[in-house]
Design a protein around this ligand. Structure first.
Ligand SMILES: NC(=O)c1ccc[n+]([C@@H]2O[C@H](COP(=O)([O-])OP(=O)(O)OC[C@H]3O[C@@H](n4cnc5c(N)ncnc54)[C@H](O)[C@@H]3O)[C@@H](O)[C@H]2O)c1
Length: 269
C-alpha cells in the first residue's frame, strides 16, 4: 500500500525541460523533478550557471544535462526540443519558467522594454510549447505542461505593466493549452508564486531598500514577510516542490488551473 502511494509521486523514466533553470525558482524546480527520478534538461541562456546547475543535480545522484537556450530565439528553442528528443527519446514534462522583470512605470516605458518582456516571458513560452506539443501528445497521460506566472496576476504592482501583461497572458494561454491537450491525457497548469527570494527578486528588493535609504534588504524583507500569513518569504525549493506535485502521476486529473504558491499572501492583498 505504502509503495503504491510512492509510485504516484515517482517520475522515473520521464524527461523534463525547465527553462530558466540555472538560477532561482527554475533551479529549485529542476532539483525537485530530478529528486523524483526525472531526467532534467536545464535550459537557460546563462551557459556557465546552466552547466553548474546540471552538474549539481548529477553530483547529488540525479540525471541532468544543460542545454543553452535563449527564450527570445526561435532557432534555439526549436533546437532545444530536437536535442532533448534525440538524446532521451521523449519529452514528458515542460516547465516554462524563464522570465525577466525589469521595472518601469508605463508612462516612461520604452517600447523596446515592453517588447523584450513579452518576447521572453510570453512569446518564448508559446514557441517552446508549440515545439513540444507533438512530444507531449506522444507522452499521453504522462504529459505535463506547467507554466510559471505570478501573484502579480491577482494584484498588480507599479512598474510591472509589461510583466503583468505577460503573466496574465501565460495564464490565459495555459487554459487554452489545457483544452487542446486534454484529449491526449496531457495536463496544463500554472504555478503562481508569491514572494520568493531569488537572484531576480534580489534586484527588485535592492531597489526598494535604496529608495528607503537602507544599505541592505533586511528591513524590506522583514516588512514584506509580515504580510505573508505563513510568515516568511518562499525559497526556490517551496516552488519546486509544488511544481513537482503537478508533474507527478498523482496530479493526472488536475488541468487548466492556477495554483498560488504564496504562503497565503493572496489572502492579504
Ligand atoms: N522571485 C519571485 O518573487 C517571483 C514571484 C512570482 C513569480 N516569479 C516567476 O518565477 C520565475 C523565475 O523567477 P526568478 O525570480 O527565479 O528569476 P531569476 O531572475 O532569479 O532567474 C531567472 C532565470 O531565467 C534565466 N533567463 C532569463 N531570461 C532568459 C532567456 N531569455 N532565456 C533563457 N533563460 C533566461 C536567467 O538566466 C535565470 O537563470 C519567473 O517566471 C518569474 O516571473 C518569481
Amino acid at each position: 500500500m505504502h509503495n503504491k502511494a510512492l509510485t504516484m509521486f515517482d517520475l522515473t523514466g520521464r524527461t523534463a525541460i525547465v527553462t530558466g533553470g540555472a538560477k532561482g525558482i527554475g533551479k529549485g524546480i529542476a532539483a525537485n523533478l530530478a529528486l523524483a527520478g526525472a531526467t532534467v534538461v536545464v535550459a537557460d541562456r546563462d551557459t556557465e550557471e546552466n552547466i553548474a546547475c546540471a552538474q549539481q543535480i548529477t553530483n547529488a545522484g540525479g540525471k541532468s544535462t544543460a542545454i543553452t537556450c535563449d527564450m527570445s530565439s526561435e532557432t534555439e528553442i526549436t533546437a532545444l526540443v530536437e536535442s532533448t528528443i534525440s538524446s532521451f527519446g521523449h519529452l514528458d514534462i515542460l516547465v516554462n519558467n524563464a522570465a525577466i522583470y525589469p521595472m518601469s512605470p508605463i508612462a516612461d516605458m520604452a517600447t523596446d522594454m515592453w517588447d523584450e518582456v513579452i518576447r521572453i516571458n510570453l512569446r518564448g513560452a508559446f514557441l517552446l510549447t508549440r515545439a513540444a506539443i507533438p512530444a507531449l501528445k506522444r507522452s499521453g497521460a504522462n504529459g505535463r505542461l506547467i507554466n510559471i506566472s505570478s501573484i502579480d496576476t491577482w494584484k498588480s504592482y507599479i512598474g510591472m505593466g509589461h510583466y503583468d501583461a505577460s503573466k496574465g497572458g501565460i495564464e490565459a494561454f495555459t487554459r487554452s493549452c489545457a483544452l487542446e491537450l486534454a484529449e491526449f491525457g496531457v495536463t496544463a497548469n500554472v504555478i503562481a508564486p508569491g514572494a520568493v527570494k531569488t537572484p531576480g527578486s534580489k534586484t527588485v528588493r535592492n531597489n526598494l531598500a535604496r529608495e528607503r535609504g537602507e544599505s541592505n534588504t533586511d528591513a524590506v524583507d522583514a516588512d514584506f514577510a509580515t504580510r505573508i500569513p505563513l510568515g516568511r518569504w518562499a525559497d526556490a525549493d517551496d516552488i519546486g516542490q509544488a511544481t513537482l506535485l503537478l508533474a507527478t502521476p498523482a496530479a493526472h486529473y488536475i488541468t487548466g488551473q492556477t495554483i498560488y504558491v504564496d504562503g497565503g499572501l493572496k489572502l492579504t492583498m
